[in-house]
Design a protein around this ligand. Structure first.
Ligand code: 6R9
Length: 655
């Protein structure tokens, strides 16, 4: 059995407790001019492959494909025979169309005053020089290049330079440790590493190069290390090292982009497995670019001539790959890239950036939204955010209260919020409202996009009726799907295609409401079994967050002699909410009232922080360890491991 299944009957009981009746219709003017209208669903349903062919036609192909899809389950090939160059599509074609002076990126460094404006013509010169530099270092098509950089322009430039020459990039998030970096370099057998002396984080330089040196002590296959000078701090410099400016600056800014096969690999991106070593998710060229470009244009209703788009993710995650680099650039958009954290030098930094660049589309994560709620409504209220018109959310289920807060305090009650469900493995958005079409329900990802076939099934793989809960599955291949796990086809088959034969299983629980709309309920390993009822952590968390005193909540199931599992909740209070003795009772009653007595937490602990991965997902596994009084498992992917000490101090002497 696949590792992520609870192995129990889940139909109906995965929880249909949450009652959410609020609806937000698309603004009439946006709907009237929307890039995608309601008929797209019917068109795609009538001929799915034709729909994706039309999406692919938005790109520039050097040679057209002869076959849209070759499907040898679970191995897909899209746009066979087609040839294109991703960097040409993201950069050169816009310059050739007379848009060289258009801004591709407004880059905002963390220290104030560090900013750069990069036009498409600038980007073309930089990418060409970097491609020539990689060629000089002996990088050839199919070679792997590891990129370990902060959020600076050299990061997308390096990715595009690899794409241009057909080298496969493997971006490793700059917050990862030496051993995480080492594992990823070895698994992909990278021959070049691109890094920096450091980056700026929370107002201070944060060195990267020493981490690379530590990782490379055990990676003899790496031939050269290219180092960007960002902070100017002293760093160790060895024989393999070469400064970016010494190498790249002297290169020609001309480079002829050769077309690559639609199925040539574009990149590997590692995502953690539930067990064992990280999985190297492999994405290829034509299908990936087709779906990221189409979804970026459709889901955000992008008007490339007038929108200023900002995705706050780190490029080290798939959200940054698809929706800071490839999607926006393929569409010729103008984007903002911000290097630092939302609280440096003050807690209004994000909104100051929205005001400064007149951002029109903002794409962020529920964890950030809940943090802003905790900091207080008065902070965003100080800034002019009237430029915003569409808001997006990704990374976790968004609690209805966080959704409504985001809509009201960031979007001024005017902007539709799109809750976009997808994964590193899916490459691009799969399930989401469309801003000009969908009457959105706060907390629901609503419907699969046109061209995507998703469903909720029970334990035996049968589709559940409306009102039922179970497992999310994808029933047909899609253009930007992962092609395999790098070097491990068997693990690809076992992890994603074995639980339900013939269907892709992402590992998420979901329910279909009475209208057939989809609600994502978190990873299925986050489902609790209380007195025989399956209850999702997400719904209990949302109930807690809907209490006026709660900013953020994480819920786990802890072993209980009577009920099998019992609900233990960790909550962060909002702003100045006091922590009196009545609070726990209040919150338990509130959950009972919102969801029903079965969902009432056994225990509520007020904590100052929650343990999160560096991509902002709550690590419930660690909280379960605390709730069950076990020693903590692996904490290496936490943003801040001292958080767990703070939480343990808050425990009444552990039971
Ligand atoms: C893009 C990204 C994937 C997992 C996924 C799911 C969760 C992401 C979500 C969501 C509910 C959403 N997830 N978006 N759950 N609603 N809108 O985050 O990729 O880092 O690979 O994570 O994140 O559990 O399976 P990745």
């Amino acid at each position: 059995m696949a590792p992520d299944t609870p192995g129990r009957q889940t139909q109906e009981t995965l929880s249909n407790l949450l009652q959410e009746t609020r609806r937000f219709d698309p603004p009439a003017d946006l709907a009237a001019q929307a890039n995608v209208k309601a008929d797209a669903y019917e068109e795609a349903a009538a001929d799915r492959l034709k729909f994706w062919e039309q999406a692919a036609e938005r790109l520039d192909w050097a040679e057209r494909w002869h076959t849209v899809l070759e499907w040898n389950p679970p191995f897909a090939k899209w746009f066979l025979g087609g040839k294109l160059n991703v960097a040409y599509n993201c950069v050169d074609r816009h310059v050739e169309a007379g848009k060289g002076d258009k801004v591709a990126y407004y880059w905002e460094g963390e220290p104030e005053g560090h900013s750069r404006v990069i036009t498409y013509a600038d980007l073309q010169r930089e990418v060409n020089k970097t491609a020539n530099a990689l060629l000089e270092l002996g990088v050839r098509k199919g070679d792997r290049v590891a990129i370990y950089l902060p959020m600076i322009p050299e990061l997308p430039i390096s990715m595009l330079a690899c794409a241009r020459i057909g080298a496969i990039h493997s971006v490793v998030f700059g917050g990862f440790s030496a051993s995480a970096l080492e594992g990823r370099i070895k698994d992909a057998d990278a021959k070049i590493v691109i890094t920096a002396d450091g980056g700026f984080r929370r107002g201070k330089p944060n060195a990267l190069k020493p981490t690379v040196d530590e990782a490379l002590a055990n990676c003899p296959g790496v031939e050269r290390v290219v180092v960007v000078k960002r902070t100017g701090e002293d760093v160790p410099f060895g024989e393999k090292d070469i400064w970016w400016h010494d190498l790249v600056d002297r290169q020609s800014d001309k480079h002829e982009a050769e077309p690559h096969d639609a199925e040539d690999p574009l990149y590997i991106l590692y995502t953690s497995g539930t067990t064992g070593k990280p999985k190297g998710i492999l994405h290829t060229t034509g299908g990936y670019l087709t779906q990221v470009a189409w979804t970026h244009w459709a889901v955000f209703d992008l008007k490339p001539e007038t929108d200023i788009y900002w995705c706050t993710a780190d490029i080290g995650w798939v959200t940054g790959h698809s929706y800071i680099v490839y999607g926006p650039l393929a569409n010729g958009a103008t984007s903002v890239i911000y290097e630092g954290t939302p609280d440096t030098p003050h807690r209004g930094r994000f909104w100051e950036i929205v005001q400064k660049y007149k951002v029109t589309i903002c794409y962020t994560a529920p964890t950030a939204i809940r943090t802003f709620m905790k900091w207080g409504d008065d902070i965003p209220a100080k800034f002019d955010m009237s430029s915003l018109r569409v808001l997006g959310s990704v990374g976790e289920p968004i609690n209805p209260e966080a959704y409504v807060w985001y809509r009201e305090h960031i979007g001024g009650n005017r902007c539709p919020v799109v809750d976009t469900w997808w994964q590193t493995e899916t490459g691009a958005i799969m399930i989401t409202p469309l801003p000009g079409v969908t009457s959105a329900k706060p907390g629901a990802a609503m419907r699969p996009l046109p061209g995507i076939v998703a469903d909720v099934v029970d334990d035996t793989g049968q589709s559940v009726p409306n009102g039922g809960g179970g497992f999310l599955v994808i029933k047909e291949p899609w253009p930007s799907m992962l092609r395999t796990i790098w070097g491990d086809d068997q693990r690809y088959i076992d992890t994603y295609w074995s639980r339900f034969p013939g269907m892709y299983f992402p590992g998420d629980g979901a329910k279909k409401d009475e209208d057939g709309d989809l609600w994502l309920l978190g990873r299925v390993d986050d489902v609790m079994l209380v007195s025989g009822h399956n209850i999702s952590t997400t719904e209990v968390e949302s109930a807690l967050v809907s209490h006026p005193k709660v900013a953020e909540a994480a819920v786990v199931g802890a072993t209980d002699p009577v009920t099998g599992q019992a609900i233990v909740a960790f909550v962060i209070l909002r702003g100045d909410a006091g922590e009196g003795p009545e609070l726990a009772k209040d919150l338990r009653d509130h959950v009972a009232k919102t969801l029903g007595p079965i969902a009432k937490p056994r225990q509520i602990l007020v904590v100052p922080e929650l343990p999160k991965t560096r991509s902002g997902k709550i690590m419930r596994r660690l909280l379960r360890d605390v709730a069950e009084n076990r020693s903590l498992g692996d904490v290496t992917t936490l943003t801040d491991s001292s958080v767990m000490d703070l939480i343990k101090q808050k425990l009444p002497t552990a039971k």
